[in-house]
Design a protein around this ligand. Structure first.
Ligand code: ATP
Ligand code: FE2
Length: 347
């Protein structure tokens, strides 16, 4: 990418905290972080506001409108939590992609205006890579494999030859979106995942209803099971038993791919990321697989698993140190950016 020479402000050597803005989809979030010791993150602030559609899925332009309304309040809350003024920051980072264009543009606009107004370097980062890097920064893991399961994304990632390569992924929808779709049909408001987890915990664990389990090579498919699960409910099975079956089948597919990716790459550390990874049953399944293989396991706290600004700030910090600031005119959003096109310059 071209970097307009001279247009990137120099970093203030006294400032150490980076502010990060997340707005890829339903969450507008602002986080502030600093490096506690080499490679380890200290979260100074982590604030968010989430769009909750009344009905149906997320409408990109309506969500963007809500983000724009909430942005000043979330930003002020994060600066207050970090006890910093903008001019005391080292840089402004933002989610450049992938995500919904109108939503991404709100975060990018707020980031640019802060950077210009306070003469701070601007750093655009990849959202999926940020999910991985925050786990490294929290755990101290050196070279982990990431199981990243969120609403829109489901991927198994690890570093290979200078990039985070995708070792397996969904062929259609992300697992979280499939959970939300099933939940909507069952009258459960967005986000559906937490309620599916709560209901599944009430199920008779000895009973396992049959549902599609679709693994193709190293990839997965989640678009079919919500219809099959709806059919089970219509046949009179309890919502709890159906939710239990959903978790057992779909999480097993995730863990199968993850285990094979660990075997293929020889990585000895496993990290979780993404909102679906908040699920205690998924964490239990992934942890026990890792332990059986002698692989170290780490799941960040929920506030850093879901979309958040702190992970954007942390990747911004890493990228800034590697010379990754960008001129404002080169900071257009990348709604379709693929994880494996990002050059990992900071490792
Ligand atoms: P991305 O942009 O990375 O795809 P996202 O916009 O979907 O992320 P996240 O906050 O990472 O946002 O994830 C939200 C998803 O996580 C929703 O689909 C939600 O239903 C799901 N989720 C949240 N908590 C749980 C849980 N406990 N169990 C299962 N799914 C969950
Ligand atoms: Fe995410």
């Amino acid at each position: 990418m071209r970097q307009g020479a001279g247009l990137i402000p120099a970093r203030n050597p006294e400032a150490v905290a980076v502010l990060g803005i997340e707005s890829t989809a339903h969450t507008f979030a602002v986080g502030v972080v600093e490096e506690e010791k080499p490679g380890r993150v200290r979260v100074l602030a982590n604030q968010r506001a989430m769009v909750k559609p009344d009905q149906g899925g997320i409408h990109p332009r309506e969500a963007a409108h809500e983000h724009a309304e909430k942005a000043p309040g979330v930003l002020a809350a994060a600066l207050k939590e970090a006890n910093l003024r903008p001019e005391q920051l080292e840089a402004i980072a933002f989610s450049q992609g992938p995500g919904l264009g109108p939503c991404l543009r709100v975060g990018a606009t707020v980031a640019r205006s802060l950077a210009v107004r306070h003469a701070l370097p601007l750093v655009g980062v990849n959202h999926c890579v940020a999910h991985l890097e925050i786990g490294r920064g929290l755990s101290g893991m050196v070279d982990p494999l990431l199981l990243y399961a969120s609403g829109a994304n489901t991927q198994v990632l690890a570093l290979s030859r200078g990039r985070y390569r995708v070792f397996g992924e969904t062929l259609d929808v992300g697992l979280g979106n499939a959970l939300d779709k099933f939940a909507r049909g069952a009258g459960i408001p967005f986000p559906g995942g937490p309620e599916v987890e709560r209901l599944a915990a009430q199920a008779d664990r000895a009973k396992l209803l049959d549902l599609p389990y679709v693994v193709k090579g190293m990839d997965m498919s989640f678009s079919g099971w919500p219809i099959a699960a709806e059919r089970l409910v219509a046949e009179g099975h309890s919502l709890a038993d159906v939710c239990h079956a959903i978790q057992e089948h779909q999480f097993a597919a995730l863990v199968e791919i993850t285990e094979r990716a660990l075997a293929a790459t020889g990585k000895t550390e496993l990290l979780l990321g993404g909102g679906v990874a908040c699920n205690a049953r998924l964490q239990e399944m992934a942890r026990s697989m890792a332990l059986e293989r002698g692989v170290a396991f780490f799941a960040p706290p929920r506030s850093l698993l879901v979309d958040n600004g702190a992970m954007i700030a942390w990747l911004g910090h890493l990228k800034l140190r590697a010379g990754g600031a960008v001129a404002v005119e080169d900071s257009e959003v990348q709604p379709y950016e693929r994880t494996d096109t990002v050059e990992v310059t900071w490792r």
